[in-house]
Design a protein. Structure first.
Length: 450
């Protein structure tokens, strides 16, 4: 009877979470659509598709595009599917590690409460990382070092910000087990997926470009111009309650479990510090709710625990009330009617083999209109990218002389007008193109006859 009731509660929690995600605004990152689309149409990652992330399912032969994630409806289904899998992993792992299904339900309940709040309505690389990190954590706890390393290696192929976690785990295994061999077994598992990735990149001839964008560029231009610090007090306080509460897990007597748990929590949190966005907290959130549950049950007989719970509940209700008032909507970023209309007009004014160029408008237009960028060169038009790649983009426009350019000349990106930080491209467009059509604030330009 208890098992049936437990599973019923788990199904209710997952169902509520699913319902919540269908009622919130939705922000699937355009990179998840544009990069796989361009890859599947012959553009090489890092050489022609200029980006700073490890390939994951964006640049590999198996990617989001050929797995069917081609629009916002399918993407939301992916988001919901990922959350369901994370809930199941949380329940299984928490049941085994905490040795109590009621505690496992508490873990899932806390995940339901906080996952949407920390930009759970966004789909980005970070959204997928718990699928690797949770089983990695479980296998490490069970001393299955190669399997643990293998899963972490696949996570690194998705996002290189997990490399510090890998270093921490290798050091921990060497220090705790007093055996270099055990650390090497973990390292071997981590290395396998990364080695396969490198072999593939060598095979398509982009390894030097990969090194530049994912290492050199990240440590130089991006570190200087693309990172943002947490200056908003409200932003920090909203993180503090949820994350600092997890510290009470230190009172648990299972020191090995607590130590591993906080290595994963801290290591997966490192990648959240370069950009002020809650989505980057998603990889660490499952470990926060496990640690919080562990601490709650450890301290439940303490007098001050009731005060702690009261404060936790009051602040949670306050924040969640504000959050849901501002986020319940059917809005989907980038997949608005205006962008879809522009894509339709681009298809109308061009042939399938014609190249186009998008300046300041939604980069998703390449994928939505099924057209390739001029010069077969693509980069997201952030100031720090165009500082390095602006001349290559301009050379591609001059070379291919695209029939159509989609332009939002008034676009402000990262607080800067695009016509200012991409002035060379802007001047060329103004000299050689004239307005053909207009949708909202976006111009569709045609080339002036030579």
């Amino acid at each position: 009877m208890l098992n049936k009731l437990t599973w019923a509660f788990l199904v209710i929690i997952i169902s509520i979470h699913t319902l919540v995600l269908t009622k919130l605004i939705y922000f699937p990152y355009p990179e998840l659509f544009v990069y796989p689309y361009l890859t599947n149409h012959g553009l090489k990652p890092y050489s022609q598709i200029l980006d700073q992330h490890f390939p994951g399912l964006m640049f590999l032969p198996i990617n989001f595009d050929n797995l069917g994630m081609k629009n916002e409806i399918i993407a939301r289904n992916w988001s919901i599917g990922v959350i369901i899998l994370i809930h199941l992993l949380l329940f299984f792992i928490a049941s085994k590690i905490l040795k109590n299904k009621q505690k496992a339900l508490m873990v899932n309940l806390l995940y339901l409460i906080w996952q949407p709040f920390f930009e759970g309505w966004v789909l980005w690389i970070d959204s997928f990382l718990p699928l690797f990190l949770l089983p990695c954590f479980y296998f490490l706890h069970k001393k299955k070092l190669f399997l643990s390393g293998l899963l972490l290696g696949f996570g690194i192929v998705f996002k290189q910000t997990l490399i510090p976690l890998a270093v921490l785990l290798i050091i921990y295994i060497w220090w705790h087990n007093k055996k270099v061999k055990d650390a090497l077994v973990l390292l071997e598992g981590i290395t396998v997926p990364i080695a396969l990735m490198i072999i593939y990149l060598f095979g398509i001839g982009v390894i030097k470009d990969f090194w530049y964008w994912t290492v050199i560029f990240n440590l130089t231009t991006y570190a200087k111009f693309g990172t943002s610090i947490y200056s908003d007090t409200g932003f920090l306080t909203r993180i503090s309650l949820v994350y600092l509460t997890s510290v009470i897990a230190w009172f648990n007597k299972d020191r090995r479990l607590v130590f591993i748990l906080f290595i994963f929590l801290g290591g997966s949190l490192i990648g959240a510090f370069d950009r002020a966005s809650f989505i980057h907290l998603q990889p660490s959130l499952p470990f926060v709710v496990i640690a919080t549950t562990l601490g709650f049950y450890q301290l439940k007989r303490k007098v001050f625990f009731r005060i702690l719970i009261l404060v936790y509940l009051m602040v949670s209700v306050w924040w969640l009330n504000i959050f849901y008032k501002g986020h319940i909507s059917d809005k989907v970023f980038f997949f608005d009617n205006q962008t879809k209309m522009i894509a339709s007009k681009v298809r109308q004014y061009t042939k399938p083999d014609d190249k186009i160029f998008v300046f300041g408008a939604a980069p998703l237009l390449y994928q939505m209109s099924d057209r390739l960028p001029a010069g077969n060169i693509f980069v997201f038009q952030f100031p720090w990218f165009l500082q390095v790649a602006g001349n290559r983009i301009l050379e591609g426009i001059i070379k291919d002389k695209p029939k159509i350019i989609v332009e939002d000349r008034e676009a402000i990106i990262e607080g800067q007008p695009i016509r200012k930080f991409a002035s060379g491209i802007d001047q060329y467009i103004q000299t050689n193109y004239t307005v053909l059509d207009k949708v909202g604030n976006v111009d569709i330009l045609r080339r002036i006859s030579d």
